[in-house]
Write a protein that binds this ligand. Sequence first.
Ligand code: NAD
Ligand code: DAU
Length: 339
Amino acid sequence: MRIVVTGGLGFIGSHLIRWILEHQAAVEIINVDALTYAGNLSNLDDVVDDPRYQWHRLSITDRPGLESLFRDHGPIDAVMHLAAESHVDRSIQSGVPFVETNVLGTQILLEVARAFRVSRFLHVSTDEVYGTLGESGYFREDTPLSPNSPYSASKAGSDLLARAAFETYGQDVVVTRCSNNYGPYQFPEKLIPLFVTNGLDGEPWPLYGDGHNVRDWLYVEDHVRALWTVLERGHAGEVYNIGGSNERSNREVANTLISHMGLSQSVIVPVKDRLGHDRRYAMDATKIQKTLGWHPEVSWEQGLELTVQWYRSHRTWWQSIKSGTYKDYYRDQYGSVLD
Ligand code: NAD
Ligand code: DAU
């Protein structure tokens, strides 16, 4: 079986590729990744010599490039589509790259996969397409989409284009919507790796607003297993929520990290809130649990321990990111408050 994975040099994509190579002996992987700021070749250092793995530097907006790849390396049995602009705060600075990659790129990829008769297309969407919840309730697969940021609106666009490909052409498409992931190799612009690496560097933690926004956290390997489960056993045209049933406010996350890392409360610095900041995400993942038998396996305590440990022992990985062009983004985003 030959699979194209897009976005395989990013956080979740690199875990997915490593997991597939380790657990699915009969699968070959072609990683299509444009290597944007969020991609990192060293995320897959340990598999580059595997004859079942190859990487092509290619944007999903490059139709001729994709057509050559599907022609020269076919037949392709499945596409697992993760490539995206993924950070909400960057989308607030400018939404254009988000529309280009997430909306246009997804449509081009769907069309190319259809033209080359790919048997299954797994589109990796997100819980953010549902918008925000109040104190109670959960997102279900039939909750209306109501995205609030340029990022989530662009992901909702791609999610609906995937649906349209199934409804219009009968293309075999499955869609997953997962909650917040955490774990090794996550780019340090995201909450948990930002706080952990700042903590290791003696830098403060910028907590947005009142810190009571809630996310449902899932360890990245649990997400990867869910993606494989849906690829193998999901029903065409269906959407599957994936979540950890692990709701935590950002302040709670910060406090737990403080005790794991032996830091003091003074590390937290309240800063101006994110524009349009979604208050609460919480997933009802009953469908994937009951119909496909997937369940999370890594507890929050175990997952955080593994994550903090990984960042402690992989300083070179994150220091090379933090000392590069990321510095300009960090200064723009937090500079005046944290200086
Ligand atoms: P990431 O930002 O770490 O990685 C994105 C990858 O996509 C990078 O390697 C980048 O180089 C590549 N990429 C970007 N634009 C591209 C383009 N035009 N063509 C080809 N490659 C391109 O993202 P992530 O956190 O690993 O998220 C992966 C997917 O999962 C995204 O679709 C995201 O929306 C979704 N998702 C993420 C989370 C989460 O908590 N991180 C949760 C649910 C869903
Ligand atoms: O829910 C799934 C989504 O999770 C994915 O679709 C996105 O790709 C991924 O980036 C993530 O989005 P969030 O906006 O939830 O994640 P982020 O790590 O940016 O922020 C998590 C929470 O922490 C959010 O409430 C904002 C807050 N936060 C974040 C940063 C970066 C802070 O308080 N301070 C910060 O410096």
